[in-house]
Design a protein around this ligand. Structure first.
Ligand SMILES: [Zn+2]
Length: 506
């Protein structure tokens, strides 16, 4: 009787766990965040009765997860997926970064034995850091609970403070806590850099991305850095040069503030370097190549650009991507003095494309081809007036900011990045020698703009209220920017606002 009862209990415990946490879903989201769908990611297998928490076996290309580990995650209740995301992301990092320890059967375990751990402490820190960053990219809030995850793992697996075989809990937790602090800073900087791209502060954004690249390296970050640099270069016209419009996410109507100082040649060389690195990584998306091709054109490497654009045409791609590639081919034709062909290409796009933004590019380039100069329709910018949790940007706030220093090679100055966190509002600033950009953002439901727009508002609602809003695509969704009101909205995959904010210059 007792046996039956135990079996039943186990069965229910297992059934509950697997139902409560969809580990396949969490795993799929993490893989999505890495963004290399075509890659041979490890299989995931749950092991009842196993004692290694998680383990990655390279030969079998499988991540094994203990049933017990799933129970630990379930014990976090509403945060169970956040907990699981961190454990999986840690192990996935060992695969992704291709740590080949050349010992212990080409595998890694979450609970690494002490000597293995100490030999590979750098890899372990990286797996914690990159793993935690990845959970954020995948939309989980794991960072705050990382120390608690280690507590429960050590407790559940019956590991005490002083262990012969494993690093002590306090040692493992100390590493994790340092990582949490660093990751929180990097996440804040990464989000701020994305916002900066949306408001056309490309060089400051590039410097911020480069800072992050020192700690976590992944394809999207190389791409973002390179793209921000091409965008800055595309906006920097040489004297007497006709402006052509590239299929980059750029807003021509926002005047650039940080472009003039940097040397365009230098920007483009770096952009080409970053984008080339991104394209050498597996399953690169076509957007990276389009940006690389734009960089070649701007850098006057026309034969490289022509070669790449021909190659891209042959690759299968969506209609919008094909149209963007055609825009590049048109600009290449201009640069090679084949104006008839250029005109033909732009006209064809104008007549047959279904994408408004690409038709607009073709139109602008046709006008440019006629030698006409388009003056952007820049309307007066109002000061930022929005308030979040009692904070506003009406004057330069002087709070006790948490600060870090970022080298900005493009403006040749040291940028001071500061964060001040309230319950619902995040205030950040990036200061150079003579100017400061401040951003006030929120992702909390109870906050709205003065005209009632906020978290959860649909894209259509905002467009209706502000038909002049400018849409900018980003790797993680898209932005709607209202430059005149210094407001921006970040949308999730359901086309609803997930973050909004306001910005100001001092
Ligand atoms: Zn590990």
């Amino acid at each position: 009787m007792r046996t039956t009862f135990n079996i039943l209990l186990c069965f229910f415990a297992f059934a509950n766990t697997t139902q409560a946490i969809s580990y396949e879903k969490v795993y799929a989201n993490l893989k999505d965040a890495i963004g290399e769908q075509g890659r041979a990611f490890p299989a995931l297998e749950v092991r009842p009765g196993a004692n290694s928490v998680l383990a990655y076996n390279r030969t079998k290309n499988t991540i094994f997860i203990d049933e017990k580990a799933l129970d630990i995650c379930a014990s976090f209740g509403a945060a169970s997926e956040d907990a699981l995301a961190f454990l999986l992301a840690h192990e996935l990092t060992h695969f992704y970064q291709e740590h080949d320890w050349k010992v212990a059967g080409f595998g890694s375990r979450f609970l690494a034995a002490k000597d293995t751990y100490h030999r590979h402490v750098v890899d372990e820190q990286e797996a914690d850091l990159f793993g935690a960053f990845l959970t954020h990219l995948a939309g989980y809030r794991s960072v705050k609970i990382i120390p608690a995850i280690f507590d429960r793992v050590y407790q559940t697996y019956g590991l005490s403070e002083h262990l012969d075989k494993y690093p002590s809990l306090s040692e493992r937790k100390q590493v994790a806590q340092e990582v949490c602090k660093k990751v929180s800073e990097l996440i804040q900087l990464f989000e701020t850099a994305n916002h900066l791209v949306a408001i056309n502060e490309h060089l400051t954004a590039a410097a911020a991305y480069e800072h992050i690249l020192q700690f976590v390296k992944y394809k999207e970050l190389y791409k973002n850095t390179g793209t921000a640099l091409v965008a800055a270069a595309a906006n920097e016209l040489q004297y007497g040069e006709t402006r052509f419009y590239f299929p980059l996410e750029l807003d021509a109507d926002i005047p650039l503030r940080d472009g003039a100082i940097a040397d365009r040649k230098e920007l483009l060389q770096k952009a080409i370097q970053y984008l080339s690195t991104a394209t050498r990584m597996e399953n690169q998306d076509i957007g990276t190549f389009i940006n690389l091709c734009s960089a070649y054109i701007l850098n006057q490497q026309y034969s490289e650009a022509a070669q790449l654009s021909t190659l891209l045409t042959r690759l299968e791609s969506s209609t919008i991507q094909s149209d963007k590639i055609a825009v590049l081919k048109g600009i290449i034709a201009v640069k090679q003095n084949d104006f008839d062909r250029a005109k033909q290409i732009f006209q064809a796009i104008q007549n047959s494309s279904t994408e408004t933004s690409v038709i607009q590019l073709a139109k602008l380039n046709l006008v440019a081809l006629e030698g006409q100069v388009i003056t952007p329709n820049i309307r007066p910018f109002q000061p930022s007036t929005e308030q979040i949790e009692g904070l506003d940007l009406g004057y330069q706030n002087d709070f006790d900011f948490q600060e870090m220093s970022i080298n900005n090679p493009y403006t040749q100055e040291e940028n001071n990045f500061g964060t001040y966190q309230k319950a619902s509002a995040t205030l950040t600033h990036i200061s150079g020698y003579s100017n400061t950009i401040a951003l006030l953002t929120t992702d909390k439901i109870n906050t709205t703009t003065s005209d009632g727009l906020g978290i959860g508002t649909s894209f259509e609602q905002i467009q209706q209220a502000h038909p002049d809003g400018r849409m900018l695509h980003h790797d993680r969704g898209f932005y709607l920017v209202l430059p005149q009101r210094k407001l921006f909205f970040v949308f999730d995959t359901f086309n609803r606002v997930s973050t909004w904010g306001t910005y100001e210059y001092y």
